[in-house]
Design a protein around this ligand. Structure first.
Ligand code: ATP
Ligand code: MG
Length: 287
């Protein structure tokens, strides 16, 4: 079965990924979506996280701010006031995808295949650096993301310069020869921005000056990436090992399609990461 979720041929995907919980995926995803929309590039934000952090951000977003089009990939049954439609209108050219924690390696390929940019936030702690080593190896080996093609950009998050953790993180990333496209400060401004449904770029500039400076290289990198055409390698099917039991994005249309067995129709059940959002009574006891 294929379940078509939002797309059109001009939609470019930006995926924010790191199976390590709390690394800053939702923070990065909401800030990128807010930045794009507020700079004249209307964006959609798709939330695959069972916690729904990105959609909560969207709920907080003031009506007068440029629209960020919300898509709930986990099909939560909520009483959200904003409507979350499944069809992305043609004028929206960018889809930012917030992925869940604890994503299995084979499912990563599902998200990364055909994406224009793959953003990986990493925290400067031993545990996070260790997890990032595994993640980057999975992206390169299992999801077949090419290091050379430059789709992969690491963002060091919650950075406090001149700390041991920061220096370790930068040494580690340098050794991997993966682009570190930016460093976000550990700043309460991100918490305030999330509470208000805003990106850092939409806050009062005098309050967030230092954070705006840290975003400049990230938005420059993104701008360059989104202007590049995908290569056949970027659309490469990672093979049966990565596909098994998972959903596969359709590279032709940029559409996200879900593949699953007949009779297990709810999107949430077929969507990597969404399963844990289902209440127990909704689970198939045979699973
Ligand atoms: N640069 C930052 N400065 C201060 N706080 C931050 C920063 N980045 C993230 N946070 C805070 O850290 C917490 C975790 O961030 P976030 O929810 O973005 O991580 P996540 O990777 O999406 O988590 P999960 O894996 O649970 O989905 C949040 O409370 C967020 O506000
Ligand atoms: Mg999250």
């Amino acid at each position: 079965m294929y379940l078509k979720v939002p797309s059109h041929p001009d939609l470019k995907r930006i995926v924010v990924i790191n199976p390590k919980g709390g690394s800053g995926k939702s923070t990065l995803a909401t800030n990128v979506a807010g930045f794009l929309s507020s700079s004249g590039h209307p964006a959609a934000l798709m939330d695959f996280d069972p916690q729904g952090s990105a959609l909560r951000w969207l709920q907080n977003r003031p009506d007068e701010k440029p629209e960020v089009f919300g898509i709930d990939a986990c099909e939560r049954d909520t009483t959200m006031t904003r409507s979350f439609r499944m069809q992305v209108p043609r004028h929206i050219r960018h889809l930012v995808i917030d992925t869940p924690a604890a994503l299995a390696a084979p499912d990563m390929a599902w998200f990364t295949r055909g994406a224009h940019a793959i953003l990986v936030p990493v925290l400067p702690s031993d545990i996070d650096i260790h997890a990032a080593a595994r993640l980057i190896s999975d992206l390169l080996v299992v999801a077949k993301v090419s290091r050379r093609m430059g789709r992969l950009g690491v963002v060091a998050n919650r950075v406090r310069e001149n700390t041991v953790g920061y220096r370790k993180l930068m040494r580690f990333l340098g050794r991997l020869q993966i682009a570190v496209i930016g460093e976000l400060r550990d700043s309460q401004n991100y918490v305030h921005a999330a509470d208000q449904g805003l990106s850092i770029h939409e806050m009062q500039p005098s309050r967030v000056r230092k954070d705006l400076d840290t975003w400049a290289p990230i938005t420059d990198w993104l701008g360059g990436r989104l202007d590049l055409a995908l290569t056949p390698r970027d659309l490469l099917d990672p093979g049966p090992a990565a596909r098994e039991g998972s959903a596969v994005p359709s590279p032709e249309s940029g559409a996200v399609s879900y593949r699953g067995s007949a009779g297990r129709s709810p999107a949430a059940r077929l969507t990597p990461g969404c399963e844990s959002s289902l209440p127990d009574r909704a689970r198939d006891p045979a699973e």
